[in-house]
Design a protein around this ligand. Structure first.
Ligand SMILES: *Cc1c(COP(=O)(O)O)cnc(C)c1O
Length: 495
């Protein structure tokens, strides 16, 4: 199976080339040309298997230049009991017979990004070897909070790699910032950028496309690659847990084979929900894909109107990992829905760059609406939802998950859709404990990490170890720069 650029189908790469390169040279996203098809027998086979075995079974369909033995080694290393605090890796929590929460935050950084970033370093370093790359890869990341830390943990001290993370100064929680500032490892760098996530992401994209910089770094023995969800190696591991959740429901006798299940995904860059769409296209019996946004509801408007328009106020919310106005991975969906019309996709992206908006034609919207529905949840409703789910279900959720829950409930009420629904929980509530505490009605939230203890006391649950242990770690990175100075930070690190 080959991978093509969403902006030029004549670009055709192997899986390992696509992963090594991250982004196509023309700025497009590298995307599988065809999707493998899954049969009921495939799901039945996986019911009795471990999460790691399920991951190998799914990923080997896409990674033809990797052996099953290699993939097994990676999943054993990435999804080990040392790294995850639940041996099921991505457990389903049942709220009632119709409603299940897929918990994706049992990994080392307490957010769902670990699901992919525990594997990506293995996939990437192997891809570089397979392609005789002799230069050292420098992973360049723009993060809205969770990717940066998960990438740092995944890549720390991985031989033949360096990693440099830029995060928006005003766009991450106190715990998130501290997680990155205290990062250990000899090959890591972390820097804050003045502005919001889009500033940081735009800055990184500029660095990626700078030919002169590319040449300078090549002379120094380095080249850039990406750990952002534009890399296929990020999307692929995320297909696994949607399939895994379905197998769990089958195994527990909650659904019949073939029964459609809805998935509701709190969405930012559109990577997570896109993975679910791919699983659906491959044959996973998915009903509706419910795309949940916070007040930055550009995707809600797009799915409802067909016009993507980023010219709107940017809101800094309590679900910062979804504070995004340019959802990069939507490009892969547009490519598929347009019948792989690379010229049309290149044109939408050019319009987005030039005037900040584009509109897709009616036939594409029809296809989109057959699979997706969308809604958003503002700050007050997010808070109210955290409180409500805790009070009524005794279940503690973080603000991102609360956005998903609220949008799911509204969709069910308005549509009358009776399918069983899995909503995706993307972060531990402890990662965003200050806003969770306020939502639960606490008048005074303690400073910094003391808020973790406060939430542990109030909920009767312990804080995840990686968060509680931040207290003992020294701050290593405190630099803040303007967007224009990001290049200097790169040159400084890659001397
Ligand atoms: C990254 C992230 C999201 C958004 O995921 P996308 O793949 O960017 O849509 C949602 N919640 C949390 C906690 C995240 O870290």
């Amino acid at each position: 199976m080959n991978y093509v650029s969403t902006r030029d189908k004549t670009v055709s790469l192997s899986a390992s080339q696509a992963i090594a390169q991250g982004l196509a040279r023309d700025g497009g996203l590298l995307t599988p040309e065809v999707l493998p098809k899954l049969t009921p027998g495939f799901f039945r086979e996986l019911v009795g298997k471990s999460y790691g075995q399920r991951a190998v079974a799914v990923m080997k369909l896409f990674l033809e230049d990797f052996s099953e033995e290699e993939l097994t080694r990676y999943t054993q290393a990435g999804y080990s009991g040392e790294k995850f605090d639940d041996s099921r890796i991505a457990p389903l929590h049942s709220l009632n017979e119709d409603t299940y929460c897929l918990e994706l935050w049992h990994g080392p950084t307490s957010a769902f990004k670990d699901m992919a970033l525990q594997l990506l370093p293995h996939l990437l370093t192997a891809s570089l070897v397979k392609n005789q790359e002799e230069k050292t890869v420098c992973i360049l990341v723009a993060t809205s909070g969770d990717t940066g830390k998960a990438a740092l943990e995944g890549f720390k001290d991985v031989e033949g790699t360096k990693i440099l993370v830029f995060y928006p100064k005003d766009g991450v929680s106190a715990v998130q910032a501290l997680q990155m500032q205290t990062q250990q490892g000899d090959n890591v760098g972390v820097c804050a950028v003045r502005g919001n996530f889009d500033d940081a992401q735009t800055g990184v994209k500029v660095l990626f496309s700078d030919e002169k910089l590319r040449e300078d770094l090549a002379q120094r023995g380095y080249f850039f690659s990406s750990a952002n969800s534009i890399n296929w190696g990020r999307i692929l591991p995320q297909l696994v847990y949607y399939i895994s959740a379905y197998c769990d429901l089958l195994g527990q006798g909650k659904i019949q084979m073939g029964e459609r299940v809805n998935y509701c995904v709190p969405t930012g860059n559109f990577g997570n929900i896109l993975a679910c769409w791919y699983a659906k296209e491959m044959g996973l019996p998915v009903g509706k894909l419910i795309c949940a946004s916070n007040s930055n509801n550009v995707l809600t408007d797009f799915i409802n109107s067909g016009t993507y328009n980023k010219n709107r106020p940017f809101h800094t919310t309590m679900s910062p990992s979804m504070d995004i106005l340019v959802s990069s991975n939507l490009e892969r969906l547009l490519f598929a829905l347009s019948g792989q019309d690379d010229k049309a996709v290149a044109d939408y992206m050019a319009q987005l760059k030039e005037k900040g908006s584009y509109t897709v034609p009616a036939p594409m919207m029809e296809k989109l609406r057959a699979d997706f529905t969308a809604g958003f949840c503002d700050e007050a409703e997010t808070s109210a939802t955290i409180a409500k789910v805790w009070k009524e279900q005794g279940y503690l959720i973080d603000p991102h998950t609360a956005v998903a829950y609220a949008v799911m409930e509204r969709y069910r009420k308005e549509s009358g859709d009776k399918n069983k629904t899995v909503f995706v929980s993307t972060a531990s509530p402890f990662k965003f404990c200050d806003n969770v505490l306020k939502s639960l009605g606490e008048q005074e939230v303690r400073e910094g990490l003391d808020a973790l203890d406060q939430l542990a006391q109030l909920s009767g649950r312990p804080a995840p170890v990686p968060l509680a242990s931040l207290r003992d770690k020294a701050v290593r990175f405190q630099e803040t720069v303007d967007k224009e100075a990001m290049m200097d930070v790169v040159l400084d690190m890659l001397r």
